[in-house]
Design a protein around this ligand. Structure first.
Ligand code: GLU
Length: 486
């Protein structure tokens, strides 16, 4: 395989949404392809008719496109190896199943579900592994033909050799050994004529000239079946790399019960695709240093399969949030502005959605303090409305009996200012402090509380500047009336 262009694929089965683990698999394939001047293919593995979900494929493709992982070949990007939907390749799988039967590497099985069930129960009772017992392998060619002619329901099974060692050379896990006795005679073609994942996957990886199979660890136990198929069909094996499991913080397997697992959920919560991509890249990989903030180009430059870990990767939402805030800081204000405008349009403050000047100032002062753009609306609503209430803890700590008095003095001075700038508000406040020989805390915090209702946030002069003199005065008056020291 030396000198061959690396070709990798992401091969999801459409289940209705893109799982974050799926995104990690897709991303590692993409990074590997880009890093090695290879090609990244998207193949839709939609042969399980029982799992068919209306709209799932469209949703999956749309989500992949949103993440920015542009595929070189796949649905609506035809290359030389299509179609890229397995459901459109059924005759291809049948051809190879027939060849395997012909060569004695696969066989027809006519066992009824009842017999299979009984067999399973017997094996369970004896504490044996549930496995097909090769019963139908004993049928003669004539018997098989007669059953087929009579239209008996059947499947096609892989004829796994009895006692052989099967080796999988895995880039992440090294050489993994399987005893063929533990491998079931896997169904290759189901009763409905559709292939199972195993047959379709191997046939397509071969025909699509996939050089590296990079996928989740949950597929490792299927790999010996795939290795047998490659050998039986006389095909060269691809390289394998099985990626570590994703875990909840309590180290159990990542599950819906402990948080969101769908990429769409993160998207709708307001995470940036750059942050999500950066975050999932670190789930099982690092460049060997403690760098954590990456943009896509940096990931491509640094990525290598050699540095993928074996042990499970914990999905830590706090880290994702931190990365989101870091990516937010790197964004152009114009992008943040247009997102904020969209959010405002659908909020109770829609009258602000076209006030670009004010919104740009808000973004400027809030950019370093938020995780999501929506935080501007949710945690700094004072930019858009008079505080409805005042934080009680801050009152208790910072509002003194004389606060109302000093605030009144300041208010009168502010009223005299003409078109004040940020600096004017500051100078005037400082003057007041000097005149009354009081410390900054005595006036600044009551002022902040009066205009914002809360004890923290951007510089108070920034807030005044953004809401404007008239609104500042109004809010100060209301606060002087409403807030009393406890
Ligand atoms: N269709 C499989 C899935 O849904 C693909 C596994 C593989 O990459 O081989 O994950």
């Amino acid at each position: 395989m030396i000198n061959e262009t690396p070709r990798v694929r992401f091969a999801p089965s459409p289940t209705g949404y893109l799982h974050v683990g799926g995104l990690r698999t897709a991303l590692y394939n993409y990074l590997f392809a880009k890093k090695n001047n290879g090609e990244f293919i998207l193949r839709i593995e939609d042969t399980d008719r029982n799992r068919y979900v209306e709209g799932a494929v469209e949703n999956l493709i749309e989500t992949i496109k949103w993440t920015g992982l542009v595929y070189d070949e796949g649905p609506d990007r035809e290359g030389n190896y299509g179609p890229y939907y397995q459901s459109q390749r059924l005759d291809i799988y049948k051809k190879y199943a027939d060849q395997l039967i012909e060569d004695g590497k696969a066989y027809y099985c006519f066992c009824t579900p009842e017999r299979i069930q009984k067999l399973r129960e017997e094996q369970q009772a004896k504490k044996e592994q549930a496995k097909y017992d090769k019963h139908c392998l004993n049928l003669s060619k004539e018997e098989v033909q007669a059953k087929l002619d009579a239209g008996e329901k059947h499947v096609v099974r892989l004829n796994v050799p009895l006692s052989e060692k099967i080796y999988v050379n895995d880039i992440v896990r090294g050489k993994v050994e399987f005893a063929s006795e533990t491998v079931d005679d896997q169904i290759l073609i189901k009763g409905d004529g559709y292939p199972t994942y195993h047959l379709a996957n191997v046939v397509d990886d071969h025909l699509m000239k996939i050089t590296h199979v990079i996928r989740g660890e949950e597929w490792l136990s299927s790999t010996p079946k795939h290795v047998l198929l490659y050998n039986f069909l006389g095909w060269e094996l691809p390289e394998f790399a099985h990626l570590p499991l994703l875990l909840n913080p309590d180290k159990s397997k990542l599950s819906k019960r402990q948080g969101d697992v769908a990429v769409e959920d993160y998207k709708s919560k307001g995470y940036f695709k750059e942050a999500l991509v950066n975050f999932v890249a670190l789930l099982g990989w690092n460049a060997g240093d403690d760098k954590e903030f990456y943009e896509m180009n940096g990931l491509i430059e640094s990525f290598s399969l050699d540095r993928v870990n074996k042990s499970g990767a914990v999905f830590n939402v706090e880290k994702l949030n931190w990365l989101n805030s870091e990516h937010l800081k790197e964004k152009d204000n114009s992008e943040l502005l247009s997102e904020l405008k969209n959010l405002l349009e659908n909020s109770e403050h829609s009258e602000y959605s076209d006030k670009d000047d004010v919104l740009s100032k808000i973004i400027e002062v809030m950019k370093d303090r938020i995780v999501f753009v929506k935080d501007v609306i949710e945690s700094a609503s004072y930019f858009f409305e008079t505080p409805k209430e005042y934080d009680e803890k801050t009152i208790a700590k910072k509002w003194k009996p004389e606060s109302n008095k000093y605030l009144q003095v300041l208010l009168e001075k502010y009223e005299q200012l003409e078109n004040p700038t940020k600096e004017d508000y500051e100078t005037t406040l400082k003057q007041t402090l000097e005149e009354h020989e009081i410390g900054m805390g005595k006036l600044m915090l009551p002022l902040r509380l009066a205009v914002s209702g809360v004890g923290g946030g951007p510089h108070v002069y920034d807030i005044l500047d953004i809401i404007g003199k008239e609104e500042t005065i109004k809010r100060m008056k209301t606060a002087i009336e409403k807030i009393k020291a406890e």
